[in-house]
Design a protein around this ligand. Structure first.
Ligand code: TXA
Ligand code: MG
Length: 363
């Protein structure tokens, strides 16, 4: 029988963890919080359980799933030919929002990797997730706990919105901290490549891996090229409304001007606001209900819009990342037809934010 259990994120109740583990051992599905987004977990070594994940999400069968571990030693259980750089990456970033793609061992079912010879592995930084994996005694395969194509869940209620009682259990550990998914790095090529930007920034990784590259599909900014992370070719993170991403500000100096409230002088900031104002008029004339995904600083410029939701302060990209998916879902609840979204600078976690917004705007 389906259940949602509120669980303490600092000291997870043992009885709730046990309940989750019991379900997972029987081949069931448990949604649980990680530091990035909620995951939909199953025993990674049980192919039938993994098949259930694809079915309930409506996930295309060629999109592989990340395996979550709680002990570094488990890397050797799942992967082979592990490059030596993994040691320092693990020391610096695990547990945390960084996923490695490595050559897989036979123990990993083909269902998990969608037939690929490589497997994606990460250690989440969340006590509930770590306790559950440890108590289970086997790794847990978990994609984000949303219907395929929908924005990832950052609250337990988002998981319930998408699946209702079609899964066995939701562990409600409150909102997730980071709000965008992990960074996926392919360690099977030289130089290593980022396949998906995420919670650990390109800049941070470069400090440890100076040769690190972005996968070519990330370079042109459209993300439409052939991707090595098979999932990336699908429309993603998408609300039901059409999303139009407006005038991303690339130059961080100009962005700083906008921050200081001098929007009329910050040329690109002004352009962005003016374009959104024009688009509000244009779509309202077409009788569309128009929402704006705004920053705190620019909200006052969009009074004509039908709905303005604030993702956070322009001074705090982490805050914008944390709120992003929740707000995309909120626009759907309020049934807007068009979302006009302010772009952010593609630095730090801003790169992951822009990646999700661009993906959400496709299709
Ligand atoms: O933060 C996260 O990574 C969250 C939490 C739950 O851990 N998980 C997550 O999973 O975002 P999902 O399935 O929504 O996205 C996984 C991404 C997809 O783009 C997928 O194609 C890629 O990782 N991926 C998984 N296994 C892969 C593999 N073997 N080779 C290449 N890419 C892989
Ligand atoms: Mg996902």
């Amino acid at each position: 029988m389906f259940e949602i259990l509120k669980i303490n994120s600092q000291r997870p109740e043992k009885c709730f963890i046990q309940k989750a583990v019991k379900i997972i051992k029987k081949g069931g599905l448990v949604a649980f919080p990680t530091e990035t987004v909620y995951g939909l977990g199953a025993n990674a070594l049980d192919k039938n359980a993994v098949r259930k994940i694809f079915k309930v999400k409506g996930r295309p069968l060629d999109n592989p799933i990340i395996v979550h571990i709680a002990k570094i030693e488990d890397l050797n259980l799942l992967a082979r030919n592990i490059p030596k750089d993994v040691k320092i990456l693990v020391q610096k970033f695990w547990p945390g929002p960084l996923t490695f793609v490595l050559f897989k061992k036979n123990a990993v079912p083909d269902e998990v990797t969608a037939g690929l010879k490589v497997v994606a592995i990460r250690m989440p930084k969340n006590k509930i997730a770590l306790e559950m994996i440890k108590k289970a005694g086997f790794p847990i395969a978990a994609p984000s706990a949303n219907l395929a194509g929908r924005p990832s869940p950052t609250f337990a209620r988002h998981v319930f919105e998408d699946f209702g009682s079609k899964i066995d259990l939701i562990l409600d550990g409150g909102r997730t901290k980071i709000g965008v998914e992990s960074t996926v790095v392919d360690l099977t090529v030289k130089p290593f490549q980022i396949l998906r930007p995420g919670g650990i920034s390109f800049e941070e990784l470069k400090k440890v891996l100076p040769d690190l590259r972005l996968h070519p599909s990330l370079l042109d900014g459209t993300f439409k090229g052939k991707s090595k992370s098979p999932g990336m070719k699908y429309r993603h993170y998408a609300p039901k409304a059409s999303l139009i991403l407006v005038n991303p500000i690339r130059d961080s100096k100009k962005w700083d001007k906008v921050q200081k409230g001098r929007i009329s002088n910050g040329v690109e900031g002004k352009e962005q606001v003016l374009r959104i104002q024009n688009l509000i008029k244009k779509y309202q004339k077409q009788n569309k209900k128009v929402g704006v995904l705004s920053s705190f600083e620019t909200k006052r410029f969009y009074q004509q819009a039908d709905l303005v939701l604030i993702s956070g302060s322009r001074k705090n990209l982490e805050q914008i990342a944390q709120n992003l998916f929740k707000i995309l879902r909120e626009f759907d609840k309020q049934k807007v037809d068009i979302i006009l979204a302010e772009g952010v600078p593609e630095k730090g976690i801003g790169f992951a934010i822009m990646h999700r917004l661009k993906k959400a705007s496709q299709g």
